[in-house]
Design a protein around this ligand. Structure first.
Ligand code: ADP
Length: 361
């Protein structure tokens, strides 16, 4: 009886199990784990609660006759309580043998590990997320270094040419403007990297003034046009749009980024169309290209920091994966929204809206 008392109060579920894998002598803890009264458990087949495969795997481990070993086999199973609800059960069976080595019966131990299991899964998910961020960050570092190096190699090469070669003034001019472009590129990279951190930390204030989005679009389009010969950049701007409250430098940054992406990710050229219109109490601007397009599974990640889609086409195009993260941040700081629609192989359309202030309606 002392042993029975111990078993009755054991913190784990305990029962004996027959050779036919039926429960006998369940203790109260097992009854509460399985959510069934003890009497109803007596004689119940194990597979009523535990998936048959797991039961076979555990009991399949025992040899029929063995005089030397006390063996235990354990499994974590997705088990079912009497009411049908599922939970995680860690359980083991130990063979109790007769003198001749044949199995007499089994001792079963049962522990509800649902909470542990869930904690492990949550920890696993967090870890996976951290690993992903870490991977993105190292890709970022390597692509940024690549961009820095490319620009520096240009600056270095061109300046050596200036130093070591006798040049016509036209050539000097050309080389100087190449150097200037590379320097601008470096500057843009550094600004991008610093901007995002500052914006996310809320350390950047917008300088809001009433402005006409069409003015900003026209300027940005002019500047984009001179960067490409393969693309034509067209506009379709709704006249007399209401003014919006905006930071013109930041909104220019948004437009420049969308335009430069449209150009970058349309390596075969084609038309890029920028449209503005008034819709749903907001001014909408959209930039459409006929480029590589974006696979649907990447769309939800596009605006995340460091996110870049790399396949055999896009992989060669350099970038940091920060541009759209900054773009979204700026649009949202203005109380606006940004979205994208895209079809792989036929092009993408980025659309952002800025709210129209009540006073100008
Ligand atoms: P970057 O261009 O520096 O990689 P962005 O944040 O601007 O970073 O863009 C993130 C990713 O979104 C790009 O790497 C590219 O895969 C995809 N992308 C952005 N704009 C376009 C576009 N117009 N067409 C196709 N893919 C695009």
């Amino acid at each position: 009886t002392t042993l029975n008392q111990v078993i009755d109060h054991a913190p784990e579920g305990v029962a004996t199990i027959t050779l036919g894998r039926r429960l006998t002598n369940p203790n109260p803890r097992l009854a509460s784990i399985l959510g069934a009264p003890s009497q109803s458990l007596v004689g119940a087949p194990l597979h009523q609660f535990i998936p048959g495969d797991d039961v076979e795997r555990v009991f399949g481990g025992f040899g029929p006759v063995d005089v030397t070993a006390t063996e235990t086999f354990t499994a974590d199973s997705q088990a079912r309580r009497a009411d049908g609800s599922e939970f995680w059960l860690r359980w083991s069976a130990t063979a109790i043998r007769k003198l001749d080595g044949a199995i007499d019966y089994f001792m079963g131990m049962f522990e509800d590990i649902t909470a542990k299991h869930e904690a492990e899964e949550a920890a696993g998910a967090t870890l996976a997320q951290l690993e992903k961020l870490n991977r993105l960050k190292s890709e970022f570092v390597s692509s940024v270094s690549h961009e820095f190096r490319t620009a520096l190699v240009g600056i270095q090469g061109f300046s050596e040419m200036l130093r070591d070669t006798e040049l016509e003034s036209g050539e000097v001019h050309e080389i100087a403007s190449d150097i200037n472009n590379d320097a601008l590129r470096l500057n843009r990279l550094i600004t991008e990297m610093l901007d995002l951190d500052r914006m996310e930390a809320g350390r950047i204030r917008l300088d809001l003034k009433p402005l006409h989005i069409n003015d900003l679009v026209r300027e940005a389009v002019e500047r984009a046009r001179v960067t490409t010969t393969k693309h034509s950049v067209a506009t379709d701007l709704q006249p007399n749009l209401p003014m919006v409250m905006g930071d013109s430098d930041r909104l220019t940054q948004v437009l420049t980024n969308l335009l430069s992406n449209a150009i970058k990710y349309s390596p075969d050229g084609g038309e890029i169309l920028v449209r503005t219109r008034c819709a749903n109490l907001a001014v909408e601007t959209d930039v459409a290209d006929h480029g590589l397009g974006i696979p649907p599974e990447f769309i939800s990640r596009l605006f995340g920091r460091y996110e870049r889609f790399e396949d055999k086409n896009a992989g060669k195009i350099i970038g940091t994966g920060l541009g759209l993260a900054i773009t979204r941040q700026i649009v949202e700081m203005h109380g606006g929204k940004i979205a994208v629609e895209s079809v792989v192989g036929s092009g993408s359309e980025f659309k952002f809206s800025l709210p129209i202030p009540v006073s100008s309606m």
